[in-house]
Write a protein that binds this ligand. Sequence first.
Ligand SMILES: Nc1ncnc2c1ncn2[C@@H]1O[C@H](COP(=O)(O)OP(=O)(O)O)[C@@H](O)[C@H]1O
Ligand SMILES: [Mg+2]
Length: 339
Amino acid sequence: MTKPLIELSGLRMVYESSHSFMSMFTGRSGPGVTAVDGISLTVRSGETTAIVGESGSGKTTTGRIATLQERPTAGTVRFDGEDVTDLSGAALKRFRRQVQMIFQNPYEALDPRLTIGQSVGEPLRLHHLGSPGERRAKVLKILAEVELRPAEAYADRYPADLSGGQLQRAAIARALILEPKAVIADEPVSMLDVSVRSGVMNLMRALQSRMGMSYLYITHDLAVARYMANRIAVMYLGAIVEEGPTEQLIAASGHPYTRLLISAVPEHHQGARRRRVTLSGDALSETGIPAGCRFHTRCPMAQPVCRSVEPSRVSLGAGHEAACHFATDVARNGLTVAA
Ligand SMILES: Nc1ncnc2c1ncn2[C@@H]1O[C@H](COP(=O)(O)OP(=O)(O)O)[C@@H](O)[C@H]1O
Ligand SMILES: [Mg+2]
């Protein structure tokens, strides 16, 4: 097992709703939105950890905290063994060289007024690395690596001349040109045409094995997480409800929510005699985080205890944990709907 690169511990993020529409009239701030509610997560060197969850579960906020674009209300971010939570100035700039982001929307990732070559080379320029000639050589090399070939031709084009998939490849080139140790990718293929998604995912995997960086891969799609990641963390309403090595988490899920996500992925229920139980309701429509188990309002197995007692993480072996009162049972027997 490789060493931890990014270690998030006890992260909380509460957005004060002081600028809400109502507070303009009342002058009071609301209770705030708890976007991240005490999560701990590790990304190991050279590996990929995926965060999976529905819209609004706190994935993007977690990514923004891991890259220090936002500072958490509580908790710490460690990078390469160092507490970086409160980094500023030159140390923050050094950190930013090591940790890059890839975003969902490739059409907004690059400045439309700059050529692809200028955009991809911009991080080198901002960090004062190399001469113009050396920077151009690096740009051409990384464009070839992301399979925008011939690199010379792509370097002189503008974003408007490229397709979504090509733009995302250029954005990946820009993220990798400083040879970061970690890349946080927030839904990097979900806006792309289905036909080009697997090409971009395969590229990211190939680049990782060549360059050795770690990925924190954010997605709403469990099948994508399974394809990309060594470990998966399943988020629900701001918390990690299950975490573990990818295949073990899928084969023996200990949280009903994970089971429901798997049942929603087509390829996993073909041939299996597993009964389909659908996930009803909507996490976003929950007003605040329910008491007890945060998932109990949508859980097909909910018992009285789930309404009042918040489950702690239950170990299911080999770094696999689920926050469910019945985790051991769910891991062994699957979803057994309460009578
Ligand atoms: N800047 C913000 N101000 C207030 N609330 C926010 C802000 N950013 C995110 N939120 C809220 O935090 C929750 C989690 O959001 P987000 O991290 O974007 O989730 P995801 O990426 O999983 O869809 C949502 O309820 C969202 O509305
Ligand atoms: Mg998001």
